[in-house]
Design a binder for this molecule. Structure first.
Ligand SMILES: [Zn+2]
Length: 228
């Protein structure tokens, strides 16, 4: 059996669950898992139906994008995933989606301020907008690498979609759901044209400190894969 079987299996299960919940559509978006102890990651293939995907279809690449395992063409955003793993030692899984509500904020260039305790605890102080760059280009990878050094776990890609990280793939997928809930609530709040209140600053900092503690544990490989 391939030493990469478990992450490949996790990618298929997570992708299909995200499709069922409506966060991934058809072939849009992509996800990856870091291979522990190697400069490598497993990533979804390019333009391939998630419903049909099996673990054998998942690609394993090194950080220079050389194929270690897999017959299909890897995701066109593979460079972006490699860039995240090289920049953020705490990140063990990356999910990129075109989820609708976060994508709407991506169109009106509206970052999400600190609205909810849970949001800051898992996504970071705010959800920033990463400026537009075309899909699949080095420009997009560079824009992302530049922004993610603030240790947040969710970002909106201008005129494109969303990007979520986690210390394991379950956490990354859960962060996709938290982001979408916050994006919808914020959009509705904006529609009322009334002032949106934020959580108190000291609470925001306490919640973010908890996230940073998790991230430092993940960097040392001490984070359990079951989450909390
Ligand atoms: Zn995309």
């Amino acid at each position: 059996m391939s030493p990469y079987q478990l992450p490949k299996q996790q990618i298929v299960e997570t992708a299909q669950s995200l499709v069922e919940k409506g966060y991934l559509m058809a072939t849009g978006g992509n996800l990856s898992i870091r291979i522990a102890g190697q400069n490598a990651f497993a990533v979804t293939p390019s333009n391939y139906d998630y419903g049909k995907m099996t673990p054998d279809d998942v690609c394993v690449l090194d950080f220079d994008l050389n194929v270690i395992e897999g017959a299909l063409k890897p995701s066109v955003e593979s460079a972006l995933h490699a860039g995240v793993y090289q920049t953020r030692a705490d990140v063990q899984a990356v999910v990129h989606t075109h989820q609708v509500y976060a994508s709407t904020l991506a169109l009106i260039n509206a970052p999400i301020p600190a609205l909810f305790d849970e949001q800051v605890r898992f996504l970071g102080r705010s959800v920033e907008i990463i400026p537009y760059a075309p899909s699949g280009t080095g420009f997009l990878k560079n824009a992302i690498v530049k922004h993610i050094k603030n240790h947040h776990n969710a970002y909106i890609l201008q005129n494109h979609g969303a990007l979520c990280f986690g210390h394991d793939v379950e956490r990354a997928a859960h962060n996709v759901e938290i982001l979408e809930k916050c994006a919808l609530a914020y959009l509705l709040a904006l529609c009322t044209e009334r002032q949106t209140s934020q959580i108190p600053l000291p609470i925001r900092e306490i919640a973010f400190a908890k996230l940073r503690k998790d991230q430092k544990k993940a960097e040392r490989g001490e984070m359990s894969t079951s989450g909390e």
